[in-house]
Design a protein around this ligand. Structure first.
Ligand code: HEC
Ligand code: HEC
Ligand SMILES: [Ca+2]
Ligand SMILES: [Ca+2]
Ligand SMILES: [Ca+2]
Length: 512
């Protein structure tokens, strides 16, 4: 725990002193001194899985591989997008809504999650889910980030992915500690919510990978991936480059993805330049004066849990986001009732990019988060003793926000520059939702026809192509009308009652 620094409120005397020093040409680091915090430590890795360029590159292929899912719709990267800080901006959309503990949509315990796969058996038949029917399921928690995740000893909001990695086939311990990324990475490909059909086994998955063309469904491949495909055009050769032999095993998949994730270190934020991360000497004015004041207020009010340069204590706290009975959090892992409603303290780099916030996606903006802390949390039964109303002035909250929003963003992440570059994945859309408002109704028939006759701009060609014949014409408007008015079968996949990518190849696209 960091000792509490003296609270620095910008009172009149303080402002005067600042102006005076500025006028005298004093150094701009008036508040927080470089050395306030130690630089970011190097990314750790378990000795059983040292990162190599070939493993990292294979992991990048696998992370962005939509064919890793049973129905070719979801890659890891579908729910973890670098430009959104490694989170999933679809959390705000109706398609990512999870009904929460009460199983009912539209109530206070709903969660803003990520969009998974529809329930399906492994013969390719959809299975009706009590909550989502035949639609894609949403995850019960908001998707956290893979960027910097390698620093955490345990992963997931409740820490259930531990550092001990076991071979998914033999259950043999291959990494005794430090392998949480490996443990985590082998979960989604067999999760029937995130990527898999109900009884999927690793044999099916690894056999499939051996035969598909890598990233066949993605476009705009980054240069390093395109180059690799020239000499390693399939997965067996990519696995040979990384591991010496062509075998595709779940352990190797986990090792490669974990190595890729360990390469995602966002150490060029203004905050990192200020504290001297990444071997670069500290730059005293990397944070503006306001951001430095924000940093001091943050250290004073937030660093009991968001500790040190990693901005996390790697512990689990109940900060009162929701009543603890709704999602037991850490208790589900430890069985200890004292852990009810405790969730992992997230690191905060690139936080501005990954709204909405908290394990339930319950706060839409950083202003909402700060108001939450200033009031001492929303649900105070069982709340952590380190939580209490802060009673900060609005001007102080704005300074903290400036620090969080601008001081903690790595521009390479925003711009998708290496190592945060990625291919373009397939877009999810709803067939027939020509005006992209989330519902298929008469307005869509009118919209689809106006595209033809009134020059109405096209929003999503695949959605307007209601009959999925690859052409936009009057038949599409008629198809929508007859579906709405005459009932009839759902529109072609992903259908008008669900969402997903277009399973058929055509010249139409969706989005910009
Ligand atoms: C359907 C969306 C979805 C897909 C696909 C998906 N994830 Fe996630 N990911 C999530 C959600 C939601 C969580 C949080 C779950 C929880 O904590 O209970 C998560 C958690 C994580 C975490 C933990 C981060 C932390 O700080 O604890 C990592 C790392 C991660 N995912 C990487 C991956 C990888 C690698 C893949 C592919 C093998 C993948 N994800 C596929 C939604 C997804
Ligand atoms: C008692 C420990 C504690 C304190 C004090 C604390 N936090 Fe947190 N913080 C957490 C935990 C735990 C979470 C995740 C909680 C959850 O989702 O249920 C979190 C989540 C967050 C998030 C959302 C992260 C995400 O990925 O969704 C932000 C932003 C944040 N905290 C900022 C702050 C700021 C700013 C302060 C000071 C005003 C602060 N925290 C004080 C423990 C703490
Ligand atoms: Ca609900
Ligand atoms: Ca519509
Ligand atoms: Ca058509």
């Amino acid at each position: 725990m960091i000792p509490k620094l003296e609270r620095l409120r910008p009172g009149p005397r303080f402002v005067l002193a600042t102006l005076l020093l500025l006028a005298l040409g004093a150094p701009t680091a008036l508040l927080a001194q470089p050395g306030t915090l130690n630089p970011l430590p190097p990314m750790p890795f378990p000795p059983e899985n040292p990162p190599t360029p070939e493993k990292i590159l294979l992991g990048k292929f696998l992370f962005w591989e939509e064919q890793l899912s049973s129905d070719n719709s979801n890659a890891c990267g579908t729910c973890h997008i670098p430009e959104f800080g490694g989170g999933d901006p679809r959390a705000f959309d109706a398609i990512a809504e999870h009904p929460g503990a009460d199983g009912l949509f539209g109530t206070a315990d709903d969660v803003r999650g990520s969009v998974g796969v529809p329930r399906q058996d492994c013969a390719g038949e959809l299975v009706e889910d009590p909550s989502f029917q035949f639609r894609r399921q949403a995850t019960g928690r908001k998707s956290p980030t893979m960027i910097m995740a390698g620093f955490a000893p345990d992963l997931f909001w409740d820490g259930r992915a531990t550092g001990e990695f076991r071979d998914p086939l033999t259950d043999q311990v291959l990494i005794p500690s430090g392998g949480a990324l490996e443990t985590q990475a082998v979960a989604p490909p067999v999760s029937e919510v995130e990527m898999a059909c109900e009884t999927r086994d690793w044999a099916e998955l690894t056999t499939k990978l051996a035969t598909v063309a890598p990233l066949a469904l993605a476009t705009d491949l980054p240069f390093d991936m395109e180059q690799a495909l020239l000499t390693q055009p399939d997965y067996p050769s990519l696995f040979t480059a990384a591991f010496g032999t062509p075998e595709i095993t779940p352990t190797r998949i986990g090792f490669a993805i974990a190595s890729y994730e360990r390469s995602l270190v966002a150490d060029r934020t203004p905050f990192d330049l200020f504290i001297g991360s990444g071997g670069i000497p500290p730059i005293a004015d990397a944070l503006t004066l306001d951001q430095q004041q924000g940093l001091l207020l943050f250290l004073d009010n937030c660093s009991t849990c968001h500790t040190g340069s990693l901005l996390t204590d790697h512990q689990f706290h109940n900060i009162g986001v929701r009543p603890s009975g709704e999602d037991l959090g850490r208790q589900e892992v430890t069985g200890n009732a004292l852990d009810a409603g405790r969730f992992k303290t997230p690191g905060l780099r690139n936080i501005a990019l990954r709204a909405p916030y908290f394990h339930n996606g319950g706060k839409a903006t950083l202003d909402d988060v700060l108001a939450f802390y200033n009031g001492g949390g929303d649900f105070i039964d069982d709340i952590d003793p380190l939580m209490f109303p802060l009673g900060l002035a609005n001007s102080d909250l704005l300074l903290i926000k400036d620090f969080l929003e601008n001081g903690l963003t790595d521009s390479r992440v925003v711009q998708g520059l290496p190592p945060f570059d990625r291919p373009t994945l397939q877009t999810f859309f709803r067939r027939g939702d020509s005006n992209l408002d989330g519902a298929v109704d008469i307005a869509d028939a009118i919209h689809a026809l106006s595209i033809l006759f009134q020059g109405q701009p096209l929003l999503c060609g695949d959605a307007s192509d209601a009959n999925d014949d690859g052409a936009l014409d009057i038949a599409d408007g008629i198809t929508i009308l007859s579906r709405i008015l005459a009932g009839g079968a759902p529109l072609p996949l992903p259908s008008d009652i669900s969402f997903g990518p277009d399973p058929t190849q055509d010249a139409l696209g969706c989005g910009p």
